[in-house]
Write a protein that binds this ligand. Structure first.
Ligand SMILES: Cc1cc2nc3c(=O)[nH]c(=O)nc-3n(C[C@H](O)[C@H](O)[C@H](O)COP(=O)(O)O)c2cc1C
Length: 273
């Protein structure tokens, strides 16, 4: 069934108080329809589909055309199983037919700049690592959208950064590469939790001319309750947004090892100056 704009916006903002923008086409419909999937059928993804998805990834904008990313397509059950362990034992990392491990990859540009010049180059700086990570995300998001247009479902896996050294060893990564995130891909096996998740009111994230968050206190509690109602509806623990935020970033331990990311990246060859 093809969803109409009104129902997609109601779901995206969790109620009737949503913006009513005019332009509407199939690309926008696909974006508004996004939701992550964590339950996959085992059906493999054809190699030709993977190749087209990567062409979409490579069509994303990239800082100065540096193209500072690579991606590893993992279908091997043993490798997926170890990567699932890295990602705090998330089962969908094991059960998805295809796991893409997205890497910030400065190996190629480092070689061009040359080892001797590298210490005086722009390579060892935080901004260059950030640019590589940003470009990786832009490329991956193209895959998410293209995959959805082909009936494939996805979920990102930030847990791939829990232990970059273990990922690097397992996937035989060279220095100057680091996992940014994983992306599980496959055909959804259907699950009641797979529904459009309501986002913050648009007036809270869209500012005009100057930053202005005076509206937030009036919206905070409402959004908390919207998220709680959504969680109840899809059968998840009845957490508010604030409770979920605290669970995810309320303590360093909540980062599941990612609080040590800086030292892990230094060991992988990123100087982050
Ligand atoms: C960079 C990134 C990392 C993520 N890491 C995980 C993860 O490790 N495990 C997971 O199940 N979902 C992960 N997600 C999915 C988010 O939880 C999800 O996008 C968010 O809750 C919004 O839900 P939606 O995608 O269904 O709209 C990640 C998303 C992003 C963008």
């Amino acid at each position: 069934m093809v969803a109409d704009i009104e129902s997609l916006l109601v779901q995206r903002y969790g109620g009737s108080d949503h913006p009513r923008p005019e332009p509407w086409n199939d690309t926008i419909r696909a974006m508004l329809s996004h939701h992550s999937t964590r339950h996959f059928r085992p059906d493999p993804i054809p190699e030709s589909t993977l190749s087209m998805l990567i062409a979409c990834a490579q069509s994303a904008a990239t800082s100065s055309n540096l193209q500072p990313w690579s991606v590893i397509a993992v279908t091997d059950p043993g490798i997926k199983s170890t990567l699932s362990d890295v990602a705090d034992h998330q089962s969908h990392v094991r059960t998805c037919p295809l796991l893409l491990v997205w890497l910030a990859d400065l190996t190629r540009v480092s070689r061009i700049v040359g080892e001797a010049e590298e210490k005086d180059s722009g390579i060892p700086f935080l901004d260059t690592f950030l640019a590589a990570s940003l470009d990786t995300a832009l490329a991956a998001q193209n895959v998410v959208i293209a995959a959805a247009s082909l009936g494939l479902s996805t979920v990102y896996i930030g847990g791939m950064r829990n232990d970059p050294a273990r990922v690097a060893k397992l996937l035989r990564l060279p220095l100057s590469t680091a996992p940014v995130f994983g992306l599980c891909l496959g055909y959804s096996s259907g699950n009641s939790a797979e529904q459009i998740k309501p986002r913050l009111p648009q007036s809270i994230v869209l500012h005009h001319e100057r930053y202005d968050d005076r509206g937030w206190p009036a919206h905070e509690q409402t959004y908390d309750q919207t998220v709680r109602a959504h969680n109840v509806k899809v059968g998840r623990p009845p957490l508010t947004w604030a409770e979920r935020v605290r669970k995810c970033v309320g303590t360093p331990a909540a980062l599941c090892g990612r609080d040590g990311l800086k030292s892990a990246l230094l060991k992988l060859g990123f100087q982050l100056r």
